[in-house]
Design a protein around this ligand. Sequence first.
Ligand code: ASP
Length: 377
Amino acid sequence: MKKPSIYISTLLACTLIFADGMAQSKPALNSFAMAASIRPAKNVSVTKPALPNVVILATGGTIAGAAATGTQAGYTSGQVTIDAMVDAVPDAKKIATIKGEQISNVGSQDMSFEIMLKLANRINELMKSGTDGVVITHGTDTMEETAYFLNLVVKTDKPVVLVGSMRPSTAMSADGPLNLYNAISVAADPQAKNHGVMLVMNDWIHSAQSFIKVSTQAVQTFMSPMRGIMGTSNYGKNEFYRVPHKKFGNKSEFSVDGIKEMPRVDIVYGCVDMDGQMIDAAVKAKAKGIVIAGVGNGNMTKAALEAVKRANKKGVIVVRSTRVGTGDVGRDVEIKDDEYGTIASLELNPQKSRILLATALANNKKHGDLQRIFDEY
Ligand code: ASP
């Protein structure tokens, strides 16, 4: 794999422009020196305030991806190390003291509960020590799942920020460096406290509770269609409009303490003429929970509902979510949840419903707790 060279040439260009600027501003510097020589020097010691400590936990993704040229669609995720990524954003060192740790280097299609548990435990450890904020570099494909999971289980009110990019580091107009700079600025910003886990990309600050990936290709791939964004980050200047609407962080009843493995929860996609076989197969595969990506308001065929009844009798929890992009799946709208033992996902899409159900089951929550949990998180 050819090493990315675009950042290096950009850096070189910036250094030359900066050097040129310094040469041209010489008279101004001279006049500062003259003023100092006229007035008697005072013994003023200026102590710069310490910069916030930000730790970047790198997991891979397109932000760490590389291709042979700057204009091709094909590339490989997770090629560039965290040190190289930080070196590409030298200005970030002016706003925070930065340390990087490589947690994994995978495309987020290969993100796993094992890596997510490692991340959660590491964040909890870091936040207990002197870290002021954490940034996680991550692929965009499953960003919403990791972000939502961390929002449920990290025990802190300090900022935790996910960031990625849609273009690899070698691309013409790569979006990674500015996204990373903005993410670091949010992680270092005291006003970002108590906003739960966030995503910062393309100048927008989203809550882990509300953002979803909406485009396979577009740079503006993340939206929070139901709740709107939480704020903006513009070249490191941050503004917040709202706080998350549901429970997270220190107020969450979930934790990862002692959890080594997450229970199996499968997603079954609803469609015309759906039969119950995929639901039965999930039960046979020993799923502890099933999320149905139902049609419309979490609906499904009569045959699928019969399979849901069978699953419920065997103690497998079934959550009704939807394949539709926006809107709540309400309890007892067309399907009587009490009759089928189902849980309505409300605002959560199937992939986030799966994360919440798996986390609740890992924390020993029972069927009777689950509708309240979907209401509150
Ligand atoms: N497949 C990549 C990933 O999720 C896509 C991206 O990061 O944009 O790692």
